[in-house]
Design a protein around this ligand. Structure first.
Ligand SMILES: *[C@@H]1O[C@H](CO)[C@@H](O)[C@H](O)[C@H]1NC(C)=O
Ligand SMILES: *[C@@H]1O[C@H](CO)[C@@H](O)[C@H](O)[C@H]1NC(C)=O
Ligand SMILES: *[C@@H]1O[C@H](CO)[C@@H](O)[C@H](O)[C@H]1NC(C)=O
Ligand SMILES: *[C@@H]1O[C@H](CO)[C@@H](O)[C@H](O)[C@H]1NC(C)=O
Ligand SMILES: *[C@@H]1O[C@H](CO)[C@@H](O)[C@H](O)[C@H]1NC(C)=O
Ligand SMILES: *[C@@H]1O[C@H](CO)[C@@H](O)[C@H](O)[C@H]1NC(C)=O
Length: 401
């Protein structure tokens, strides 16, 4: 009886325990080349939601009108400082015995994929990273279906596999994911992560694969179908942030979460009452998507033009720069979400790059051709963000530090 009681207590403790996953920040330096690449990737990511979207052939510039082709060399070797990093990632394992991978926990997509040991020898990104070897896993189940996900520099392609996926010690049985045999271009070369773990709704999952978080909850490994992100903006790679699975981490919040309903279950999309800057209303009722997989802040084209003009930005080689001397005097950008005001200081919406003794200040407002906003780490890094599948809502709270 006592043994049973102890066992029940242990079980209760185990199930009530919140699963905190340490997130790392990339230590790679961010260059303007990376920013342009990210803009391209972002366009492809939201392609299905963009009206009149034009798909260019691989290799062709798809930056839009702001980026005349050939007029600018690629700044692949240019380092612009690491005061602001591009992505956040954490460790998972796949298979039995475990094979380890670093993945970006991306709320803007819904598939898990990692490089395959079967990848092409010419696939530079794959050769640089951890590869999943299905034959080395006793829990691997073959799946004949192919998968293909479009990114800025082409498609990541391969086939589906099913195996045990372990996140923070929680072993998800029979998780289907993509084994990438081909990762074209340079989107995934020289990055600290091996693959991507999508945390959006199944409705946008390629091949309708059930996302890991769904199985995590359905297999009873977490108590609540909700997760929260804290993305540190100024941490080292050791203090990149935290992803909490299965509950709400109130210890990182300085106030209550303001929740808004998900307006369309696919991305984490919601309505924003208004967005204003120094008295100018930039949006009066608009849609936004909370995307931990991008560093940028995308807005509709008209707003992109307007806000960059308001902050005094000048377009140079496809990017908008402000005189750094004005940074401290720029007003906040105010979002009214669910009746609460969330301010974004200029230090958040302007990126400062230090480059060989030269400092430049780049606007993070980006036009990717959407009529909605995409709130990447620029916004999410300022607030604690909760993603609640149970009640289909997104919540934001001020950070405690
Ligand atoms: C995959 O694992 C099997 C079994 O351990 C091994 O024989 C094979 O060489 C591995 N393949 C690669 C590409 O590492
Ligand atoms: C998967 O892709 C390969 C290589 O492109 C192709 O040969 C094969 O027919 C595809 N299989 C399915 C089931 O579509
Ligand atoms: C996983 O799949 C195997 C074989 O299909 C099945 O026996 C097992 O019950 C499944 N486990 C879960 C947790 O779904
Ligand atoms: C990061 O912290 C350091 C030391 O506190 C500070 O000097 C620097 O301005 C901060 N950088 C950003 C981007 O907040
Ligand atoms: C923004 O929306 C809130 C809530 O509807 C409203 O109280 C506020 O007046 C609006 N602000 C602007 C600048 O329109
Ligand atoms: C903000 O608005 C005030 C009042 O209209 C104006 O005087 C000021 O120049 C504006 N600030 C900026 C940075 O545009």
């Amino acid at each position: 009886m006592f043994k049973l009681f102890v066992l029940l207590c242990v079980l209760a403790l185990a199930s009530a325990e919140l699963q905190r996953i340490k997130i790392h920040k990339s230590e790679h330096k961010r260059s303007r080349h990376h920013v342009r690449q990210e803009v391209r990737s972002l366009r492809h990511k939201y392609q299905q939601l963009i009206e009149n979207y034009v798909v260019y052939d691989y290799g062709q510039p798809d930056y839009g009108n702001d980026y005349p082709s050939n007029s600018e060399p690629d700044y692949t070797t240019e380092e612009l400082g690491n005061s602001m990093n591009m992505y956040y990632y954490g460790q998972i394992s796949i298979g039995t015995p475990p094979q380890y991978f670093n993945v970006v926990f991306d709320t803007g997509s819904s598939n898990l994929w990692i490089p395959s040991a079967q990848c092409l020898s010419t696939d530079v990104a794959c050769q640089q990273h951890n590869q999943y070897n299905a034959s080395a896993s006793s829990t691997y189940v073959a799946n004949s279906q192919n998968f293909s996900i479009q990114y800025g520099t082409g498609s990541v392609t391969g086939y589906l596999a099913t195996d045990t996926v372990t996140i923070n010690g929680l072993a998800i049985a029979n998780q289907t994911f993509g084994e990438a045999v081909s990762q074209p271009g340079s989107s995934f070369t020289d990055v600290a992560f091996d693959g991507i773990l999508g945390m959006g709704y199944q409705t946008i999952a390629v091949d309708s694969v059930v996302p890991p978080f769904y199985n995590l909850y359905e297999q009873g490994l977490i108590d609540e179908p909700t997760f929260g992100f804290y993305l540190a903006r100024n941490g080292s790679s050791e203090e990149g942030g935290q992803l909490l699975l299965g509950g709400v981490d109130e210890t990182l919040m300085a106030g209550d979460l303001t929740y808004v309903p998900v307006s369309q279950e696919g991305y984490w999309q919601f309505s924003v009452n208004n967005i204003s800057w120094n008295g100018t209303v930039l949006c009066d009722g608009c849609q936004a998507i909370a995307d931990t997989g991008t560093s940028l802040l995308a807005c509709p084209q008209a707003v992109y033009t307007q806000i960059n003009q308001l902050i005094g930005a000048v377009l140079i080689e496809g990017s908008n720069y402000i005189p750094c001397a004005t940074l401290d005097s720029l007003p906040v950008l105010s979002f009214n979400i669910g009746g609460t005001t969330f301010d974004l200081p200029a230090s958040a919406y302007i990126s400062v790059f230090h480059d060989e003794g030269y400092t430049s200040c780049m606007s993070t407002f980006t036009d990717i051709g959407t009529d909605f906003w995409v709130l990447g780490d620029v916004f999410l890094g300022q607030y604690y963000t909760q993603f609640d599948f149970g009640q289909n809502r997104v919540g934001f709270a001020p950070l405690s530090n």
